[in-house]
Design a binder for this molecule. Sequence first.
Ligand code: NDP
Length: 448
Amino acid sequence: MTDTKTNIEGIYEQVVGRNPGEDEFHQTVREVLNSLEPVLDRHHEFVEHKVIERLCEPDRQIMFRVPWQDDEGEIHVNRGFRVEFSNALGPYKGGLRFHPSVYLGTVKFLGFEQIFKNSLLGLGIGGGKGGADFDPKGKSDSEVMRFCQSYMTELYRHIGENIDIPAGDTGVGPREIGYMFGQYKRITNRYETGTFTGKEVNWGGAPVRFEATGYGCAYFMREMLQTLDESFEGKTCVVSGSGNVAIYAIEKIQEFGGKVVACSDSGGVIHDEEGLDLETIKRIKQVERGRISEYAEAHDRAQFEEDGNIWTVPCDAALPCATQNELDEDDARKLIENGCIAIGEGANMPCTPEAVQAFLEAGVAFGPGKAANAGGVAVSALEMQQNAGRESWSFEYTDQQLKEIMQKIHADCRDAAEEYGTPGNYLNGANIAGFLMVARALIAQGLI
Ligand code: NDP
């Protein structure tokens, strides 16, 4: 019989061979496989049923042309994607990303992560993800609307409240969800709010959905800090990005008594030693859709560094909330040298494997994205419940549920890490706890 290590290496090589050029997908598969050795040693049935091999191959991958016209009448052609990865635990669920860098490998990496993240929630949803290589930045509302309508003209046939439920991600917020829902409704003649999450509250959205990922990340980190007898109170924090996740992570950390001194966008880093003024950031990014550099125009004390490296700013806690692989080993070493004690991945896979290794070796509390940023999909699941019951929940009620879900995820990751021999390693804990639920369901449902 092949030993577990050799078996895992074989699976990984097969994934790389079958999915050439999809580096981020390889990276996330590698990360999950690295955590699973003790699980496969203990549960040979997962090997026998080829559970990992089956999970690494999406149920379905959809790619399509998205033609649209700009305000000058010029025609553009983008590529749309939806990868329905696994519905072992429930209908496919995961966001849509609109960003010029999106290709099949991005969507597969995000979809694979989503399987385990959604499993951790324990709320009966499967994993999927989608998007397009479209850049909403600098486009007018009408251009974004035409793009979203064209995108939905193909995607509508693949989704539904019991089939596949998209939501937002980078470049897709309430505006885009609104346009896509409108087109879905128009084509299908069904007012099926349950087919999308991330809707505005006045037409079926859940309160806290926009805040959920950032708040959830802060809740998860608060739990981690508590295990170290620490809290956010008086801590200096750094949060990369200034989008949906970053803004609400900053809001909650400030509420917990932390001081966030830096954030960023793809143009550079803003550093405000006295603590960021969140209202200014919200105005610039959410109302005016501007650049973070404009913050320095509103606050003389702040410095903007074009193309700066946010991880050189000294802090006690760091939250990478922008994009994948934004924090590498050198950045990790700098953060450790500067006394950082906790990391919360608000973004998906923002730390490179070498950076994660450096944090774990240095004993820095490390909250992996799968767990730390699960708040967004948690409230999406609550939004689905709310829609199914035709109810309308309050902000306080929904936020309380989010808090409890994040506490549960933290506890499950901690316990799984301990049970499988790596106490304190939340990365292993998240991968193992997420995997066990899906793996058992896959076996129970037969060879499909
Ligand atoms: P947004 O589009 O709202 O914001 C993204 C932010 O990151 C922007 O400030 C953007 O700057 C910045 N950014 C993007 N790429 C880069 C880059 N290469 N270098 C520096 N900054 C960059 O996205 P979200 O906040 O929704 O998502 C951020 C991350 O969180 C993603 O990894 C996403 O998958 C993950 N996530 C999001 C969830 C959600 O509910 N929204 C749920 C779970 C995870 P600029 O405007 O200049 O591009």
